[in-house]
Design a protein around this ligand. Structure first.
Ligand code: ADP
Ligand code: ZN
Length: 731
């Protein structure tokens, strides 16, 4: 290898492929040579596979047998920081490198030749015979100066058929050219904020700007109640980053939030940034991936997987709503995007902003420990204040079993309706009813593939398994005793709550917001915007509405079942409930009218409910931190969740017990192993699931020990083992 990481033709290179192999493969550099980090296509048996040149080959065998790289792909080589990020993220999450590489190569058409498209612009010739249609084409091109269009765009603009344009091309009046399909994104102009920042905001922005100017790593926990201007402050950091000529990434937890954010960026920077999430077309994804690598995208707004885009010069990563559970990827590679953002930034010398009204205990503890800088925005914008919060003690209310809105809450809703204000009824349960039960034999309709109940969705007219997605028609007869017409819904979902609301308030306009009621993110966004402007009097919603949407006319939030998140064995149940309640309550009174939040609960004296009502966050965090410290659980200890699964229930328990017996490598670092136990959901998609839990001290080298421990066992047949470092959920 010569300086600059270049391998001349014939040199031996080691290639990391996306195939599930546990080692690098040696090849010879192709004609013209290749760079370290180059994306390549290599032969593997009879196939051609994707890979990246990872270093010099090993050699030490018959070099005559080594096959050459087939070709170098048309993409910027993966730089050293990205290779090191993938390696370290793989080590942390115990993910094999090929799976890490797959995350970093999720661009459609990565192996395609440079893709071109045909465009049309004004040529130099004059038309042989002027027709109306021809004149319209020429006029259209004149109107737009030197701009070029695709055939379809031009024909549509001029209102002519494609053949008219083609005819003009023959005469040289219109010129036909090839241009690269993936165009750079419009340049963003990092101008000033339209607002005069408050002193608090100004100081926060200044802190972030100086971090960016220093071109070094640093993480800031930007905490502030909803409406305190966190977004405005981190946009200041984005502006500073773009001015410095570096790239910025903003991660959002919900696709539904991107549209609002894009509009805000456009208003501030004059154009829309690049987008990366599941709602983006293949063509746009491809463009985004390439432009990020070539420097043609200054700012990317995206979902967690945007962290694996090939940024050339990343200066800032914002993780908005950093506490949100959707940042944890729960299948495939199990990573937490918030933690990986910090890792990537520390490697490239970038700043991280973790923004939240209700930070995770992890981030709170990191700030306490001095690893993150904590900045507080305390005042809310304009006249709006945090809503008054009050518990409704459900033990004192008399409600029939098929109603969930207490008289106290109903009275408040009625008062808002009369005053022309909006109310939100929050219930974190999709569908019509969580349980369908037979009134004759008591049978509960379950999923055929999972140990989960089927949830009735009236809107879809089906039963749905929220675990595996399986659906079936609502049966006429009980699947167990065959009695006809005896199946009854038990408990409320948002759809059923919608019915109850409609019967209580027949004159009100009611909107149910639940992710499964919309065909697309765009449709959902459109409806939310309409509702926010007054398109509904009463909004019924799941956690979807807890995430950052603005409802200026909203003055009342009623939480139907505040106890819902307190149940279950989840270590973070209290934290989740606290965050969710605070956020939902934060929807009320965002504009100038004061808001109120009412929480229906059967446990008004529960510490979490009391902390929410008192609005005493510090007290909540301190109490929660003390409890976890005493228990030695995250973030004060380390945990890993092991899930074994197989269609064969015997095999899965046998392996679980063997793993619990032979704990050598874990015992040596002082880690404890709990289990095996049936997972809370003991069967998913026909696979039986068994869990083990590993607990270790904060300073113990957990990953290598886990790898050595798991490496002792052979996974026979269809057994699967997955390791989840820092598990977020326990299902
Ligand atoms: P957060 O992200 O904390 O919810 P935002 O940045 O979205 O807060 O700000 C909330 C609202 O207040 C937005 O409509 C924003 O335009 C407005 N705002 C923020 N800072 C200022 C300011 N300094 N002057 C006037 N309006 C502001
Ligand atoms: Zn199922």
């Amino acid at each position: 290898m010569s300086a600059g990481g270049f391998y001349a033709e014939g040199a031996l290179v080691a290639v990391l492929t996306t195939q599930p192999l546990d080692r690098l493969l040696d090849y010879k550099a192709p004609e013209g040579g290749c760079h370290l980090g180059a994306f390549v296509e290599v032969p593997l048996g009879p196939r051609k596979v994707l890979g990246v040149v990872w270093g010099p080959g090993e050699g030490g065998y018959d070099l005559g047998k080594v096959r050459p790289v087939i070709r170098v792909l048309d993409a910027e080589p993966m730089d050293e920081t990205m290779r090191s990020f993938l390696t370290r993220a793989g080590e942390y999450t115990l993910t094999p490198m090929p799976a890490m590489l797959r995350l970093a190569t999720r661009s459609p058409g990565l192996g395609d030749p440079p893709s071109m498209r045909t465009i049309y612009r004004l040529g130099t010739g004059t038309p042989e015979r002027e027709t109306d249609a021809r004149r319209r084409v020429i006029a259209a091109l004149h109107d737009y100066g030197g701009l070029a269009f695709t055939l379809r765009e031009l024909a549509e603009m001029a209102g002519v058929s494609a053949s008219v344009v083609k005819g003009l091309v023959k005469q040289g009046v219109v010129s036909e050219e090839q241009s690269p399909r993936d165009l750079p994104y419009p340049r963003l102009e990092p101008g000033a904020s339209q607002y005069t920042l408050t002193e608090e905001q100004g100081a926060a922005a200044e802190h972030l700007r100086s971090g960016i100017a220093a071109e070094r790593y640093g993480t800031t926990l930007l905490r502030g109640i909803t409406g305190s201007g966190k977004t405005e402050v981190y946009l200041e950091a984005v502006a500073a980053c773009l001015k410095a000529g570096r790239q910025a990434l903003v991660l959002l937890p919900e696709i539904a939030l991107t549209a609002e954010f894009l509009t805000r960026v456009e208003a501030r920077f004059g154009a829309q940034p690049a987008e990366w999430h599941s709602g983006v077309t293949m063509t746009e994804r491809r463009r985004c991936w390439r432009m990020v690598g070539e420097g043609g995208a200054q700012l990317v707004v995206g979902a967690r997987s945007a962290l694996f885009l090939p940024f050339r010069d990343l200066g800032l990563i914002v993780v908005d709503e950093e506490h949100d559970t959707s940042y944890k990827q729960e299948d495939g590679v199990l990573y937490n995007a918030r933690d990986m953002a910090v890792l990537r930034a520390s490697i490239v010398g970038a700043q991280v902003v973790l923004a939240s009204a209700t930070p995770s205990l992890e981030s709170w503890a990191n700030a306490e420990a001095g690893k993150y800088t904590r900045i507080e925005l305390t005042s809310r914008f304009g006249a709006a204040r945090l809503p008054k919060m009050r518990a409704i003690d459900m033990r004192a209310e008399t409600l029939p079993a098929t109603r969930w809105i207490s008289d106290t809450l109903a009275r408040e809703v009625r008062a808002r309706f009369a005053a022309g204000e909006q109310s939100l009824l929050f219930l974190n349960r999709r569908g019509y009813a969580p349980i369908t039960i037979c009134r004759t034999c008591g049978h509960q309709v379950g999923c055929d593939h999972c140990d989960a109940r089927m949830v009735e969705h009236r809107f879809l007219k089906r039963l749905v398994c929220h675990q595996c997605g399986e659906t079936k028609p609502i049966p006429e007869a009980c699947p167990s005793c065959k009695a006809e017409g005896k199946l009854a819904p038990v408990g409320p979902g948002v759809e059923r709550l919608g019915e109850e609301t409609a019967s209580l308030f027949p004159e009100a306009r009611i909107a149910v917001l639940s992710s499964d009621l919309f065909g697309s993110a765009r449709a959902m966004k459109a409806q939310i915007a309409e509702i926010a402007q007054g398109g509904a009097d009463i909004i019924i919603g799941t956690q979807l509405v807890a995430k950052g949407h603005n409802f200026p006319l909203l003055t009342l939030v009623g939480v139907i079942d505040a106890d819902l998140g307190l149940q279950g064995s989840d270590l973070r149940a209290a934290e989740r409930t606290f965050q969710l309640m605070r956020q939902v309550a934060g929807r009320a009174g965002r504009a100038s009218k004061p808001g109120a939040a009412l929480l229906q609960t059967y446990q008004p004296e529960h510490p979490v409910i009391r902390a929410i009502i008192a609005g005493d966050e510090e007290a909540f965090w301190a109490a929660e931190a003390a409890e976890r410290k005493a228990a030695g659980v995250p973030p004060y200890g380390r945990m890993a969740g092991i899930v074994l699964s197989s269609p064969d229930v015997q095999a899965v328990f046998d392996l679980g017990r063997e793993m619990a017996r032979r704990t050598g490598p874990l015992a040596r670092i002082g880690a404890q192993v709990f289990g095996p136990a049936p997972a809370p959901i003991a069967r998913i998609r026909g696979r039986h699931r068994v869990r083990l839990l590993v607990k270790a001290d904060k300073s113990a080298p957990l990953q290598p020990a886990l790898a050595a421990w798991a490496g002792q066992f052979r996974l026979k047949g269809d057994l699967r083992l997955s390791i989840d470092i820092d598990p977020q959920s326990f299902y």
